[in-house]
Design a protein around this ligand. Structure first.
Ligand code: ADP
Length: 497
């Protein structure tokens, strides 16, 4: 099978790399296996990519280790930043190609995909800026000692990313890892390998030394597991389901205790108080749950509405959701494309069936849209109760569950009644209510009068079972660095000996 393929799309024609990206070259997998890449809008095979097996993970880790020891460790922070700035520029240059790949492979609408790629460039540039601003400290203890700390890279980092934001997750991972001086072996999700392979080509063009970043297409159970268990990977960063997050922790415990950060699932509350700007709150609620087809770990899927505006809210929200344009990802006006895969489509339809059977009120949607492609109607359930599966489990699709609350105490109890704690939204015009509720919600991010307002400068991550560690912002630098303390004795012997 070839290592590249010309792909013609409504927006662009481009050359798609298909190999594993190891040591700045696209190569075949050792076992010669391939993965079919499916277009979720048509259910047809777009192409095949080379599949990484354990042997390829070993190969990539060996290269990453050698590059770390011989080249990258001694590359100046300023040079690391320069390379990342260059990469951000190249991503912007090829924004339309990258956005089109995301629409093709993931099914997200072209307008949202363009937003994703702009955010990718912003994120890489943000971490480029950090590269030469990471310093240790002098710590004073007593007159005869001189102590300082150094912030060092961890070494070889394994990164495993999901399919919902293929390129954005790539950027969130490689930005801080490379800025802080680590080398990387990154595995993409088997459903969406294409955009990271194209970005890998840009990594080479930007001038990164061979072996600094290695990108593998592969399955979780094989290549992913091999990364998680690898004895020569010093740290692993994972984004995906809570179940697999547990497997990653176990693999670390059973191998070399590699450091672990996890960004996992959510069942986030989005709260609308009676005094909110209702039209705006409905727009944010719609965006909060249906953005990216509901395939967002922080999606505001449990919508709590204060009882005095409950009926009005549902009526207006229904009208809004029914206007969401669902269809061809390459159409400019499309808001919602297909779900990423048949597996996800079936899973979501299963949850919708449970919602219909458990006594929740189906307000709109609830069915498949069209007969080709994994399209699902925006679906809203109302009168949901805490013990319903659709209120408890992450659906990862365009499905909202609405419940009624009376006052702040009532709301806080309901909103926190989940094993997750990734994000939350609060809509109110009252500053005291906003701040009081934000303080009481057990979530890594609380958005006031907005939702899904992620920014590369703002830390993002989970309370409870939504994860370990924080991505983005300065906080993410800690994931990829370790502190070395150096203490110099200027005078004296051990006292009393
Ligand atoms: P989803 O259920 O949304 O597909 P997953 O958590 O299964 O999310 O997948 C997220 C990423 O984790 C993907 O890159 C996938 O290949 C990888 N993965 C899945 N299972 C494992 C595993 N056992 N070990 C390591 N990585 C895995």
């Amino acid at each position: 099978m070839s290592l590249t393929q010309k792909i013609e799309l409504p927006t662009v024609t481009y050359e798609q790399p298909l190999g594993l990206f190891i040591n700045n070259e696209f190569v075949k997998g050792e076992k010669g296996q391939t993965i079919d890449v499916i277009n979720p809008a048509t259910e047809e095979v777009i192409t095949k990519v080379h599949e990484a097996t354990k042997e390829d993970v070993d190969r990539a880790v060996k290269v990453a280790r050698e590059t770390y020891n011989k080249v990258w460790k001694d590359t100046t922070a300023n040079e690391r930043g320069r390379l990342l700035f260059k990469l951000a520029d190249l991503i912007e240059r090829d924004l339309l190609i990258l956005a089109s790949i995301e629409s093709l492979d993931n099914g997200k609408s072209i307008s949202m995909a363009k937003g994703d790629v702009a955010a990718v460039a912003g994120c890489i540039r943000y971490y480029a800026g950090w590269a030469d601003k990471i310093h240790g400290k002098v710590v004073e203890t007593d007159a005869h000692k001189f102590n300082y700390t150094k912030i060092e890279p961890i070494g070889v980092v394994g990164q495993i990313i999901p399919w919902n934001f293929p390129l954005l997750m790539f950027a969130w991972k490689i930005g801080p890892a490379l800025a802080t001086g680590n080398t990387v072996v990154l595995k993409t999700a088997e459903q969406t390998p294409l955009s990271a392979l194209y970005a890998a080509k840009l990594v080479k063009e930007a001038g990164f030394p061979a072996g600094v970043l290695n990108v593998l297409s592969g399955y979780g159970k094989t290549a992913g597991q091999a990364i998680a268990e690898h004895m020569d990977i010093d740290k692993i960063a994972f984004t995906g389901s809570t179940g697999v997050g547990r497997e990653i922790l176990k693999a670390s415990a059973n191998s070399n205790l590699k450091k672990v950060t996890l960004e996992l699932g959510g069942k986030s509350p989005n709260v609308v108080f009676a005094d909110a700007d209702i039209e705006a709150a409905i727009d944010w609620a719609n965006f909060g749950v249906f953005f990216n087809h509901g395939q967002t770990c922080c999606a505001g899927t449990r919508i709590f509405v204060q009882e005095t505006i409950y009926d009005k809210f549902i009526e207006t929200f229904k009208a809004k959701a029914e206007k969401n344009a669902v269809g061809d990802p390459f159409h400019d006006k499309t808001f919602q494309g297909p779900q990423v895969s048949k597996v996800q489509f079936d899973r979501i339809m299963g949850y919708i069936d449970q919602g219909k059977e458990c006594g929740a009120k189906l307000v709109c949607g609830g069915g498949r849209k069209g007969d080709k492609g994994y399209f699902i109607e925006p679906t809203i359930f109302a009168d949901c109760k805490a013990d319903m599966t659709i209120m408890k489990e992450e659906i990862f699709g365009p499905v909202a569950a609405i419940a009624k609350f009376k006052d702040i105490d009532d709301l806080v109890h309901m909103a926190n009644d989940t094993s997750y704690g990734l994000a939350a939204g609060v809509h109110t015009k009252d500053l005291k209510t906003a701040i009081t509720v934000a303080d009481k919600l057990k979530a890594g991010t609380v958005w006031i009068n907005q939702y899904n307002a992620l920014h590369h400068a703002l830390p993002f991550g989970g309370y409870k079972e939504s994860g370990i560690g924080r991505e983005l912002g300065k906080a993410a630098l800690a994931n990829y660095t370790q502190v070395k303390t150096v203490s110099i004795n200027l005078e004296g012997h051990p006292s009393g000996w």
